[in-house]
Design a protein around this ligand. Structure first.
Ligand code: ATP
Ligand code: MG
Length: 600
């Protein structure tokens, strides 16, 4: 590997610090991790909201700031743990008053606002099931998910309701109540004011007992590879949220934590709300939109110490501040409070890891997980060596393996068995041994797809990886995205990362284009940085650069310039769409495609 490894020599940290990785793994058990949580009084099970809020409110952390909401105008509103305990109790009582109970689905269609946190955690207190939707979804994807998720209650704004749901309400007979945040509720339209209901509700609530399999969260996947699936998660997942946020995000009680993921996606829920609050930290909530200057201003102004973001966001920052400088923009902010940066959602190009070190003064720690795994599974840890381009090593308590794959790119299953590859560098499908507490309990209403995700005692992730001799995992590509060209299997990530090292490239998406001779040839779609010309000279230069880096068998044969690659709303490059457009095929499910027009 060309990239040097990065060793961190920041201040010594308190446990858990995975400096002694093997020892920590050997000494870890999920039952011990479970014992670190408080549980409901009288041993009545686990409740996520109890661990995230009430536990702190009843202890010395009652007046600590749980949420620090930064408005679009930079105004700051703080919510303490005690206030959050009361508001969530009120919302749980609101639900109870509406006849909504255990297992009933409460769906949110909201941007980031303080009410969202009350609704999420109040729903969990009531043992109802929270299903977050991304507020920029159009009417059809919203209706589809409300129907598929059996939504009983929807919490949204009057504007979103009128634009996205009102016209479809009569086709959603299961949707009993629509609660409106802010102004504009109208009983004639079948909507109720959340404020009015909250004002009448009691702020004390006794959380009912839970059993380990009580459903808590319903998350739709990003739809990167096809139709989104509804992954079911249970309250027991809290054990994994807590443990993994310590290990992979290095969260400690005094941290100010900012997760940039939208709470409509699993990252924004598990690590934007649940896990940090379980650790009793202060969570920064940004109510505004992405803007490089604003983001640096939040990092500096809020004294953020731990930052969890995504490759797409980092690439946007890199666009404004190349690694080679000038560093005027970040250097005009005081980022001295920042001590840990992590990324998830897509492969993190090595260039971005090193950019972090050079521009932010901290390397970026890549970590890997999925909606289905419910929590981080593989990570580069605090205080440990970082291998740029690697997603890291499995967390304590997580057993991972590389499975031999068949023709279709997925693990080969014969008579219910799979073959585990042990030789270093072998490529295959990443699999995880079931048993970690946040593993999804199935795709809602889709037993066949659920069953297909397990074989030979493993959960199959659909991602292809390599494991090196020291046990670090390297992402190759999604099984669906891997390109077969002239007998080689090419992972798009490797090609995209090489292109990213060229100063002209801001982002790249790579696909296979069918070719009568090679089977497929590699085609790259490239977004250029400002100031570079999308002409023949740049194209020639990039093709030659990639050939030097990757060799002729792997380098792209063709390059097209594209000002805006298609992304999912959770920020991932949608290669299947690039491919469909290239080949003139139907685009398939595009409900999670990010709109290039303003979303509101
Ligand atoms: P769908 O399952 O609907 O196609 P999706 O897989 O994108 O969508 P998510 O669960 O949001 O839905 O994303 C998980 C996937 O994101 C992983 O399986 C992997 O492909 C990718 N991913 C997440 N983190 C990383 C990472 N650090 N490196 C590489 N890939 C990652
Ligand atoms: Mg997936």
């Amino acid at each position: 590997m060309r990239w040097e490894t990065i060793r961190e020599d920041g201040p010594p940290r308190v446990a858990p610090n995975l400096g002694d990785y093997e020892k920590e793994c050997a000494g870890f058990s999920w039952s011990q991790a479970r014992a670190e949580l408080e549980g409901l009084p009288g041993g009545q099970g686990l409740n996520i909201a109890h661990e995230a809020v009430d536990r702190h409110a009843a202890s010395g952390r009652a007046d600590a700031v749980a949420l620090r909401c930064v408005g679009r105008d930079d105004s700051v509103t703080c919510v303490t743990y005690a206030q959050l305990a009361r508001s969530t109790a009120r919302f749980a009582n609101v639900l109870r008053g509406l006849g909504i109970g255990r297992g009933d689905r409460v769906t949110t269609l909201l941007g980031r606002c303080p009410e969202l946190y009350t609704v999420v955690l109040g729903t969990l207190k009531n043992t109802s099931v929270l299903c977050p939707l991304f507020s920029a979804f159009g009417p059809d994807p919203v209706a589809q998910r409300l129907r598929l998720g059996d939504a009983r209650v929807l919490v949204t704004t009057a504007d979103l309701y009128r634009r996205k749901i009102a016209g479809k309400r009569d086709r959603l007979p299961g949707l009993r109540h629509v609660l409106i945040v802010g102004e504009g509720a109208d009983e004639r339209e079948g909507t109720l004011s959340l404020d009015a209901l909250m004002a009448r509700a009691d702020d004390r609530f006794t959380v009912p007992p839970t059993s380990p399999d009580d459903m808590a969260l319903l998350h739709f996947t990003s739809g990167t590879t096809g139709t989104p699936k509804g992954a079911v998660h249970v309250h027991e997942a809290a054990v994994a949220h807590y443990a993994t946020a310590g290990y992979a995000l290095d969260l400690h009680r005094d941290d100010v934590f900012w997760c940039t993921a939208d709470p409509g996606w699993v990252t924004g829920m598990s690590y934007g709300i649940v896990a940090p609050l379980m650790h009793g930290v202060t969570v920064v909530v940004d109510e505004g939109d992405y803007d490089a200057r604003r983001w640096y201003r939040i990092l500096a102004g809020q004294r953020v110490s731990v930052w969890y973001t995504a490759p797409t966001a980092l690439r946007m920052l890199m666009r404004t501040t190349p690694r080679t400088g000038p560093y005027d923009l970040p250097r005009s902010f005081d980022l001295s409070a920042l001590r840990f940066v992590a990324s998830v959602g897509e492969p993190l190009n090595p260039e971005a890891v090193v950019w972090g070190r050079d521009v932010l003064g901290l390397p970026v720690h890549d970590n890997w997980w999925q909606t289905e795994t419910g929590a981080i599974m593989i990570a580069n840890f605090a205080g440990c060596e970082i291998r740029p381009g690697s997603m890291g090593r499995p967390l304590p308590g997580v057993e991972a393996a590389v499975l031999r794959r068949g023709e279709d790119g997925r693990a080969e299953v014969a008579d219910g068995r799979v073959i585990v590859l042990t030789e270093p560098g072998a490529e295959g499908e990443l699999a995880l041994r079931p048993g970690w507490p946040s593993m999804f309990r199935g795709y809602l209403h889709d037993e066949a797809r659920t069953a297909a995700a397990f074989a030979g005692g493993w959960y199959l992730t659909g991602d292809l990886v390599r494991r090196d001799a020291d046990g670090w995992y390297w992402f190759v590509g999604r099984a669906d995205d891997v390109i077969k060209s002239a007998g080689h299997l090419i992972g798009p990530f490797e090609v995209e990362s090489a292109l990213m090292e060229h100063p002209a490239v801001a982002e790249a998406g790579v696909i296979g284009r069918p070719d009568p001779v090679a089977g497929n040839v590699v085609k790259a779609f490239v977004t250029l940085r400002p100031g570079f010309d999308a002409g023949a000279a740049t194209r020639r230069d990039l093709l030659a650069f990639a050939r030097r880096r990757l060799g002729p068998a792997v380098a792209p044969r063709e390059i097209a310039f594209d000002e805006h690659l298609p992304h999912t709303r959770s920020g991932k490059v949608m290669r299947r769409l690039l491919r469909a457009r290239e080949l003139g095929l139907p685009e398939g499910d595009t409900s999670t495609l990010e709109s290039t027009e303003p979303s509101s």
